[in-house]
Design a protein around this ligand. Structure first.
Ligand code: FAD
Ligand code: SIN
Length: 529
């Protein structure tokens, strides 16, 4: 690696070029110069893959209050009501921002078209290009960012460390992946917009970039990481032999698609009164139970009763992807399985996106603002980015405060430095399988313990990261460990977190698990608040 070059200075540094990074940059450029660092090409993001759309109460049948209630109800007791209030009340204004930026939402008779997704009581989801919502957003915002003279975009630039001085963030260290040079960039305002961590699991809807880097960077810098046990599994990812996994949007069920088992029976009503449109965690677990009961490794989504023209027009990407792989969904059922999809937890923020480190903000999937609780309501994540992104930029311009930690009870987790070696070698493939098997849809103490120990061992054996693969694996091991330890600590089942040894929810667990790096040694500090 080439030696360090230092010091280009910016008013704002944003790590990530998905909807969070781009939207925040477009707002921030009005007040100063902005640097966006992104580890791949600009569009390599989860955002680009978003299908269903963005939830917002904009129809006359709907209200922020109803959206609030649906979000709280899906969150299974762990949403922060004030954060949800902000989300649902500021939604319509933020959608107007996207319209102003030029995002081409689909319309019917001149009005924005709305669809339904699971656990929303009314049609409330705006979409673009049918099921290409994320791609339309990514292209629109990245084109604007590229045109701006106030925004510098560095692609293939991997952020590897947050730089702090006296508890204040002052910059970011990064590797230019093409020249291999290391560079430091300076700013007193750094926005983490690094997205999610689905790649920790063997079966996932997420693209390669989703390795949890932002959570690892923030944790190492001393930020609080919360709710890591709440990974959301999407019930319906296409399963065709030899074909890369592909999401089949929940909006397909919203438009009338039906789940069937191998024998063609509709089974969801056996498991939930809302049937096919029950909350996502319930549908995902029901699929697992039904597959086990029938001895199969998939179920089916049936849209063959819907008009063929409706399917191809409303879901052009899904229709085309399946057809390109030999499946005509207008006449054949779609084989589907659950897949790791979205991290509800992340870097803990207040209502202004501030973390407990001065000058460090978290935006988008890397953040945990409190709106999702134990289970995110479909299509609330793109909305969360807009609502809290706007607040982040307002706060950053006005000057960031240090955010006091609200933590009360403190429990310190084992550092696990006494475990002796097991013979498994650390690799991405081994990690993805370990997490999928042991920290997946159904968990238990024994498997979680085993996983935490294995990851702790792997962590000890890692060499200092010097390139993208070694940096990503180090992050995945750390973030996987935070997830396994949190899941082990929460001895109950709630939302997306299901423990076969504690299958019920418990009122004792209406609280959050917060990790912060302990100051005296390498072990993790966990606070239960
Ligand atoms: P991302 O869009 O993932 O962007 C993260 C960025 O950070 C990338 O540019 C990445 O390269 C960069 N990065 C990461 N680490 C580093 C590093 N170390 N250095 C430099 N750069 C780095 N949500 C909805 O609300 N509605 C939907 O319909 C919907 N559908 C979805 C469908 C799929 C298949 C998936 C995977 C997710 C979907 N979601 C949906 C979730 C939603 O898309 C994401 O939560 C959201 O797009 C996250 O945006 P983001 O900007 O936070 O992260
Ligand atoms: C989907 O289209 O099913 C994904 C929606 C989401 O994850 O919010």
């Amino acid at each position: 690696m080439n030696s360090m070059r230092s010091g280009r200075e910016f008013d704002f540094i944003i790590i990530g070029s998905g909807i969070a990074g781009l939207y925040d940059a477009l707002l921030a450029q009005e007040s100063g110069n902005v640097l966006i660092l992104t580890k791949g090409s600009i569009e390599e993001t989860n955002t680009k893959h978003a299908q269903g759309g963005i939830a917002a109460a904009i129809s006359s049948l709907d209200s922020p209050e109803l959206h609030f209630r649906d979000t709280i109800s899906a969150g299974a007791g762990l949403c922060d009501p004030e954060a949800v209030r902000i989300l649902t009340e500021e939604a319509a204004d933020r959608i107007s921002d996207l319209v102003r930026f030029g995002v081409p939402f689909d319309t019917v008779d001149g009005e924005i078209a709305l669809t339904r997704e699971a656990a929303h009581s009314v049609p409330r989801i705006l979409h673009a290009g049918g099921d290409a919502t994320g791609e339309r957003i990514e292209v629109t915002l990245s084109n604007l960012a590229r045109l701006s003279r106030k925004i510098t975009i560095l692609e293939y630039c991997l952020a590897t460390e947050l730089i702090l001085e006296d508890g204040q963030v002052t910059g970011v260290s990064a590797i230019d992946l093409r020249s291999k040079s290391v560079e430091e960039f300076r700013s007193r305002c750094v926005i983490l917009a690094t997205g999610g961590m689905g790649r920790l699991f063997k079966i996932t809807t997420n693209p390669d970039i989703a390795t949890g880097d932002g959570i690892a960077l923030a944790y190492r810098a001393g930020a609080e990481i919360v709710d890591m046990e709440f990974m959301q599994f999407h019930p319906t990812a296409l399963r065709l032999p030899g074909v890369p996994l592909f999401l089949i949007s929940e909006a397909v069920r919203g438009e009338g698609g039906m789940l069937r088992n191998e024998a063609g029976e509709r089974f969801m009503l056996k498991y939930a009164s809302e049937g096919d449109l029950a909350p996502r965690d319930i549908v995902a677990r029901s699929l697992v139970r039904e597959m086990k009961r029938t001895g199969t490794d998939r179920v089916y989504l049936d849209v063959t009763h819907l008009p063929a023209r409706l399917i191809s027009a409303r879901f052009p990407q899904i229709y085309r992807y399946c057809l390109d792989h030999g499946l005509d969904i207008t006449s054949s059922w779609i084989p589907v399985v659950p897949a790791a999809h979205y991290m509800m937890g992340g870097v803990r923020t207040n209502y202004w996106g501030e973390t407990n480190i001065r000058g460090l903000f978290a935006s988008g999937e890397v953040a945990s603002t409190g709106v999702h609780g134990a289970n995110r309501l479909a299509s609330n994540s793109l909305l969360e980015v807009l609502v809290f992104g706007k607040r982040i930029v307002e706060k950053a311009i006005g000057g960031s405060d240090t955010v006091p930690s609200a933590a009360s009870e403190v429990a310190v987790l084992e550092s696990r430095d006494k475990i002796e070696g097991r013979n498994t070698a650390c690799s991405v493939t081994a990690l993805e399988s370990l997490l999928w098997e042991n920290v997946g849809i159904v968990r238990s103490a024994q498997k979680l313990e085993e996983t935490a120990e294995t990851l702790a061992l792997w962590e000890r054996g890692l060499r200092p990261a010097s390139d993208r693969p070694s940096f990503e694996i180090a992050n995945m091991v750390l973030v996987g460990r935070l997830m396994a330890e949190a899941a082990l600590t929460r001895e109950e089942s709630r939302g997306a977190h299901y423990r076969s040894d504690f299958p019920q929810s418990s009122d004792n667990w209406i609280k959050h698990i917060v990790f912060r790096k302990s100051r005296d040694k390498d072990g993790s500090g966990a606070q239960v608040i």
